[in-house]
Write a protein that binds this ligand. Structure first.
Ligand SMILES: [Zn+2]
Length: 61
């Protein structure tokens, strides 16, 4: 019988969840990401509200 490998031995999963240099989705600047969920650099997070991409009125196309 074969036993399923524990998650800790999964290289793909481990590589995603470790701190590494990633490219910011907003400014495309390479920054030190603390984890897989870190896709936006701290500069963008702190300086602007990157969550709201759509401007609230003001311009008509
Ligand atoms: Zn950025």
């Amino acid at each position: 019988m074969t036993e399923p490998l524990p998650e800790s031995l999964d290289p793909a999963r481990s590589l995603r969840d470790v701190p590494a240099k990633r490219t910011c989705l907003r400014c495309r600047t390479v920054f030190q990401s603390e984890g897989f969920g870190e896709r936006i650099c701290r500069r963008c997070k702190g300086s602007a509200q990157w969550k709201s991409a759509v401007p609230a009125g003001g311009g008509r196309l």
